[in-house]
Ligand binder design. Sequence first.
Ligand code: ACO
Length: 320
Amino acid sequence: MPARIIGTGSALPEKVVSNQDLEKLMDTTDEWIKSRTGIEKRHIAVTETTTSMAVEAAVRAMEDAGAAAEEIDLIIVGTVSGDMCFPSTACQIQSAIKASNATAFDINAACAGFLFGLSIADAYMKSGAAKTALVVGAETLSKMMNWEDRGTCVLFGDGAGAAVVRSEEAGIISMVQGSDGARGNALVCHNREVNNPYVKNSCALDYTSMDGQAVYKFAVKTVPLAIMQALDQAGVSADQVKYFILHQANIRIIEAVAKKMSQPIEKFPTNLQECGNISAGSVPILLDFVNKEGKLNKGDKIVLAGFGAGLTWGAAVLTW
Ligand code: ACO
């Protein structure tokens, strides 16, 4: 049986940083950021960590779903900014919530991480290997930014979103994912270099660099195609979809996708205005916002879509 989302949760850092706050830190303006991206503010971690936000989001999703920790048999976290190389964020969530029956691991599919995680959970459920899973997207991107590079740091925020998914009769109808490693240079953050007794390199950690226009072109071309492919596989028309919940990178990307799909922009909820781009966290956080606003009814058809570094992309059509 497929995976069905039965509860959502999210957690954002307490500190809110507006575009005006950034004007005081660097040579930028509210007008530039807002007109180019739609972003007005973002939440930035001060006391929070990727794990603490992921745990908070997971607990809220379990409360929303009415799911007990011992029922969770799979925990998947999409993240590029875990607090530790190991143990994984997923294992740390397992420990915090005492989900001792779960198999737990992280995946790196950048901004498509939640979609990739959902597809793995769906495959586990269809094979009978899991019944109730936590799928989480959690990021502290602020620690991966060069705060002297105004071209990147203004775009991103921190936060976590989570969904409890359960093997049920109706749920995910179709999913498509793809990757294009050959174009991976468009969005890069290096890990440590090789450093050992036989080769000496600096152990300095790198920051995020991006070819914004390449990412923009990739997103506006690939995302509508992926969504249409998923809709086609599901036998659902775009008109039947209540909401398209897209990765929150840039309002212009979302508007371009809506236009290409001949769908009204009102069907594309956004929270990038107050959250910025939270990579793997964006889709589940927005899904939680829409769910908690009471906008989703049982039986609604929803599309989720993520895209980002790798390059990677994923789209899902599901019944709420
Ligand atoms: N404030 C003021 N000026 C800035 C800022 C800033 N924060 N950042 C860059 N500029 C300047 C540049 O220095 C440049 O100045 P110059 O012409 O004097 O050299 C000018 O603005 C134009 O810079 P571009 O990078 O060409 O700006 P562009 O119009 O391409 O907009 C943006 C940049 C918003 C990133 C755009 O390329 C975009 O939307 N890309 C999509 C990628 C994206 O959203 N990435 C997010 C992460 S990836 C993901 O999640 C999928």
